[in-house]
Design a protein around this ligand. Sequence first.
Ligand SMILES: C[S@@+](CC[C@H](N)C(=O)[O-])C[C@H]1O[C@@H](n2cnc3c(N)ncnc32)[C@H](O)[C@@H]1O
Length: 211
Amino acid sequence: MLTLVSPELEAYSVAKSEPTGKLLDELERITHQETDLPIMLTGALEGRFLKLMVQTIGAKRVLEIGTFTGYSALSMAEGMPADGEIITLDLDPASSEIAKRFFAKSEHGNKIKLLLGPALDSIKTLKGAFDLVFIDADKVNYGNYYEAVLPLVRSGGVILIDNVLYSGQVVQPNCDNSRAIAELNDKIAKDERVDRVLLPIRDGVFFVRKK
Ligand SMILES: C[S@@+](CC[C@H](N)C(=O)[O-])C[C@H]1O[C@@H](n2cnc3c(N)ncnc32)[C@H](O)[C@@H]1O
C-alpha cells in the first residue's frame, strides 16, 4: 500500500470513514488478482475522499486522467447526481477492460465514459467546463496535464493531483518522476491562478482551486 502514514493509522482512518461497499471491495480484490501493479489503486481512503469532494462541490462534470481498473472513477461516480458525467482517460487496454466490466456492474457506471489513448491527445478533443479534474497518470507528464486542463476547469472548480509527495522523494528528487512532480509542486506553490493546499493523504494529494 502506497501511504505515508503507518498501516495502523491508515486502517483506523478507513474504519472511521464511510464504508466502500461490495463492488469496490470486489474491484480491489480483482485488481490484485488480475494486474501486475495493484499498488496503483487509489484505494479506500482516497476513494472516499474523492467521493466526498465531488459531493461537496456538487460536481456534475468530472475529468479523470488515469483510469487503471476504475476504482477512483467509480468512487467519484457514487457522489455525483444521476445526470453527472465523468470522462476518464487511459491508454492501457487490459486494465481498461477490467474498468469497463465494473462500470457495467455498477448502478453509477452509466455516468462514466472511458476514452482510450494517450491522455494529452484525448484532452485536446475535450471541451470544458469541468467542475473537477483528478490527475493520476504518468508522472513525467503531470506538468503538461496541469496546463492542459486548467483552461477547461470552471472558475471555482477543483484540480486534485495524486502522488505529489511521491513516497517522500519530492524533498530530494532523484528520478524523472520525482523531479517532474517536484517541479509541478514548485510551480503550483507560486501559481497566482489558483488557491492550493497540499494534503498528505496516502501519497500526497494537491488540492487546487481555480480562481
Ligand atoms: C496510478 S494509475 C491510475 C489509478 C486509478 N486512478 C485508480 O484509482 O485505480 C495510472 C494510470 O495511468 C495510465 N497512463 C499512463 N500513462 C498514460 C498516458 N500517457 N495517457 C493515458 N493514461 C496513461 C496507466 O495506464 C495507469 O492505468
